[in-house]
Design a protein around this ligand. Structure first.
Ligand code: NZQ
Ligand code: ZN
Length: 385
């Protein structure tokens, strides 16, 4: 077990109808004016927007809207949000939607509280000192952004998709999680979420050099199996409350840092390889992961053989997998079975591999993972074609 610091200042309200407590929470925090951040309209179609607006008007909180957040949120839209906050003297940023909306809300909260250009924080040239408070009404469980201090934004001028990690400033103050708001997700959106949640659980599990993790192994295995079990139920009945609820809480646990705390020397190579793919080709993050992970396993998995075989046995339920490739085959079949693509061709994209390699190489360098050479990175991308 490695030493660690774990900080989590988020209050979670989970269950049917929890959005009805939004007004009370805003009053408790003394908020008078919010920036309401949302995406392309799903919250208007499923009634969440109306519930939020009803709460805001009932408690007399003024609203400035900032809709139109894109999947894989972009810097220019973040900058527009920052300008609104400065012009309107906003007290709190309230993101209503999926991970993209919550991440953009955090980026706005960071940028609006400082004179420094917000990208400087994402480029790691500056360290953030303050941020406005954020709340999240989550409608797509996948990224864990509702209970972590991470935000991911793409600079569309350079195709750099960077993450910032700052729990003290960026963890939402309160997150509202009503599993019924996720009934309107399509099966495809749910399957992309499933691949993302599993990847957050898998990456530390697979890449640690530790033989076994006495706490983290059983925790990660249990949460991962719960994700796969609830996904199977959702595929048969998308409105099964218990399955949607299990899926939603598993997503939060999966990337809140709870499962990873204390794991020795682990990394996120598949996320480092996926970020350039979704930045350049604008595909869903989860779709990018189901393309990258089997390719990574086949090309770079030998050094993690012991952990990959254990993953095959304990999470995929294989009797006695004979090789890394055998596990990759079963994982590929699983992704296909839930409707997530396993190659660039299946996703209908034909990316420039040199461009991806250069972007990923810089990302590995930033993460201190110097054993990922350009040759190795290109080989993994070639395998994913
Ligand atoms: O834009 P709207 O209209 O809201 O529609 C969204 C969007 O089209 C839709 N949606 C959301 N809730 C819905 C719904 N449709 C129907 N019913 C609902 N209840 O789903 C689509 C995808 O939404 P998005 O927020 O983009 O998906 P996700 O939550 O997967 O977020 C992806 C972003 O998060 C980043 C990814 O890189 C990507 O940019 N990540 C953030 C992390 C973090 N903060 O910790 C970690 C992750 O590894 C990831 O990198
Ligand atoms: Zn992810």
């Amino acid at each position: 077990m490695n030493d660690f610091v774990y900080e989590n200042p988020t209050k979670i309200l989970f269950g049917r109808g929890v959005i009805d407590q939004l007004g009370g929470e805003l009053k408790r925090l003394g908020v008078r004016k919010v920036l309401l951040v949302y995406g392309g309209g799903s919250i208007k179609a499923n009634g969440v927007y109306d519930s939020v607006i009803a709460q805001l008007s009932a408690c007399g909180v003024a609203v400035v809207e900032h809709g139109g957040v894109r999947g894989n949120p972009v810097l220019s839209h973040v900058q527009e949000g920052i300008a609104k906050v400065r012009a309107e003297q906003i007290d709190l940023i309230c993101g209503v939607g999926g991970g993209s909306v919550v991440d953009e809300s955090k980026a706005i909260a960071l940028g609006a509280a400082s004179d420094i250009d917000v990208w400087e924080f994402f480029a790691k040239r500056e360290t953030p000192q303050q941020a406005l408070p954020v709340m999240a009404v989550l409608t797509l469980p996948a990224t864990g952004s509702e209970m972590n201090g991470i935000a991911v934004v793409t600079n569309e001028e350079t195709d750099e998709k960077n993450a910032i990690v700052c729990p003290a400033l960026l963890n939402p103050k309160v997150s509202f999680m009503d599993p019924e708001t996720t009934f309107s997700l399509s099966l495809q959106q749910t399957s992309f979420a499933c691949t993302d949640i599993l990847s957050h659980l898998m990456e530390g599990y697979l890449t640690t050099p530790a033989e076994r993790l006495l706490v983290q192994d059983p925790v990660i295995e249990g949460v991962a199996r719960s994700v796969m079990d609830s996904m199977a139920v959702i595929m048969k009945n998308p409105s099964d409350y218990d399955a949607r609820a299990a899926f939603m809480w598993s997503a939060t646990l999966g990337w809140s840092g709870i499962c990873q705390a204390g794991i020795p020397a682990w990394g996120m190579p598949c996320h480092a390889l996926e970020m350039p793919l979704s930045a350049v080709c604008d595909i869903a993050h989860g779709a990018g992961l189901s393309i990258i992970i089997p390719a990574w396993m086949r090309v770079a998995g030998a050094r993690h053989e012991h952990r990959i075989l254990q993953f095959g046995r304990r999470i995929l339920g294989l009797d006695n997998p004979s090789s890394v490739d055998a596990v990759a085959d079963v994982l590929t079949a699983y992704y296909r079975s839930i409707g997530s693509p396993v190659s660039c061709a299946e996703a209908g994209i034909d990316p420039d591999l040199d461009r991806l390699t250069n972007l990923a190489f810089d990302s590995f360098k930033q993460r201190g993972m110097h054993d990922y050479t350009k040759e190795l990175i290109t080989d993994i991308y070639k395998q994913s074609i």
